[in-house]
Design a binder for this molecule. Structure first.
Ligand code: PLP
Length: 446
């Protein structure tokens, strides 16, 4: 318990630094494939893909090569009034991969900035088209869109937002879907999304002041991987159209194959007015994010320069050529390696094996899977679905036990989940699930 367990100058994100006295930070010195290694060379399976980014493994030779090649050609150039081949190519490819209506691609650096940009574009569109009273945004309970003040104002997580509420714009939170604790007692397959009702009511009552609704389509990540059916999004699309409200899909976590399709919007069969992308777009190599939108939004900002309608927003490193080059290589790998198909048997095995291993335990409430994500929700009592006492830190203790056994499974509260790099093999999936199960039994008993 000495002070030198706490790094002298570092301050880590979402970490109580005092905790490190008792639970020192994991120091990672290298990575290869699905593994990251400490200084002594001990491997850890990167079970959540380094915060949902890494899809083709650490130090992937194709990605590394694309990065080195671009670095030798052009590492960076300012992006206002300047273009370069990697950004041109990436914008064109993203426009080709997404529904026809999404024609315009705006680059930024991280996910939260992309969300802020989509918010500003939506409101800018209202100003430009003479509807300035439409200035509020709607987010869902459990929703997560990043932690800068604007993005945070539409998140549904009190732990992140409560103390900063006085600093934030006054936006609207609506109770969203929660299939595990569904008050209508439906299963995900037989439901008609009755849980859309609070959203319908809000849009009905306050539609005149709302410019956009932001959702994570089909899967709310930070909420503990809550999955919900496309029907909710069908209703949301219809209702937002009816009230002249933009619909924004935050696909930062789920884009690039995570839910089984390239994007969640294809699986849902819904085209939004804005899409935000990031995380896996560079295979977890460099920060890059994207906002895609429609001609209607883009054209509202067009005009003679004296009209002062240009979209006044910039970040220094936006459109960084290195990041764009690795994103282009990522897309090439999707095309050439038939990734979406080869992933299928792997994630089926993950879902089946995790269900077999975990279901039936007296503290396992639900084992749920969608695409290449499987989440085990631990509860005090599966009968009543009562959560465990958070002060017991059950999920955290399981995470620590799994580290000892060679897996880096950062828990979300009392949800233990698997979101591995796509390059993982079926045998490695089996090992990962076994490690997590052993860690759970160590903490909670058989
Ligand atoms: C991670 C994430 C963000 C924020 O991205 P950052 O790069 O961390 O700012 C926003 N939305 C969703 C759905 C995310 O998963």
């Amino acid at each position: 318990m000495t002070m030198d367990r706490i790094p002298q100058a570092l301050w880590l994100p979402v970490t109580q630094m005092k905790d490190l006295e008792e639970h020192p930070a994991l120091r990672i010195c290298s990575g290869k494939g699905i593994y990251v290694y400490n200084a002594k060379g001990k491997p850890y399976i990167d079970a959540i893909s380094s915060w949902w980014t890494n899809i083709f493994g650490h130090a992937n030779p194709r990605i590394t090569h694309a990065l080195a090649k671009q670095a030798a050609q052009l590492e960076h150039v300012l992006f206002a009034g300047v273009i370069h081949p990697p950004a041109e190519e990436l914008a064109r490819r993203l426009a080709d991969l997404t529904p026809d209506e999404l024609t315009k691609v705006f680059f930024a650096g991280d996910g939260a900035s992309a969300v802020e940009i989509a918010m500003k574009m939506s409101y800018g569109y209202r100003r430009n088209t003479g509807q300035p009273e439409k200035r509020r945004f709607v987010g869902l309970s459990g929703g997560y869109h990043g932690e800068t003040l604007g993005a945070l104002s539409i998140c549904g997580h009190d732990a992140f937002s409560d103390i900063y509420r006085p600093l934030m714009p006054d936006n609207i939170s609506v109770t969203g879907p929660d299939c595990y604790r569904c008050p209508y007692d439906r299963t995900r397959t037989d439901c008609d999304a009755e849980c859309f009702e609070p959203m319908e009511r809000t849009l009905e009552e306050r539609g005149r002041e709302i410019t956009a609704v932001f959702v994570e389509p089909l899967a709310q990540g930070a909420a503990g991987w809550r999955f919900y059916p496309p029907r909710y999004l069908h209703k949301l699309r219809e209702c937002t159209r009816h009230h002249d409200i933009h619909l924004a899909f935050d696909e930062i976590a789920v884009g690039f194959g995570r839910l089984g399709t390239m994007f969640a919007m294809e699986q849902a069969g819904v085209t939004p007015d804005f899409v935000t992308l990031s995380k896996s777009i560079t295979s977890g190599t460099l920060p890059l994010s994207v906002v895609m939108t429609t001609d209607a939004v883009y054209e509202s900002f067009l005009g003679d320069f004296t009209e002062l309608k240009a979209f006044m927003h910039s970040h220094t490193y936006m459109g960084n050529p290195l990041a764009c080059a690795v994103a282009n290589e990522t897309l090439s790998m999707f095309e050439e390696l038939n990734v979406l198909e080869t992933n299928k048997p792997k994630y089926r095995h993950l879902a089946d094996y995790a269900a077999q291993r975990f279901a039936g335990h007296r503290h396992v409430g639900e084992v749920r899977s969608l695409g290449f994500i499987t989440c085990v929700e631990l509860v005090a009592d599966p009968g009543t679905r009562t959560p465990l006492d958070w002060k017991q830190r059950t999920g955290f203790r399981i995470f620590r036990e799994a580290l000892k056994r060679g897996a880096l499974l950062r828990n979300l509260g009392d949800c233990i989940y698997f979101l591995p790099p796509y390059v993982i093999t079926q045998d490695e999936i089996t090992r990962l699930v076994d490690i997590a199960h052993a860690a759970m039994v160590e903490v909670l008993g058989e």
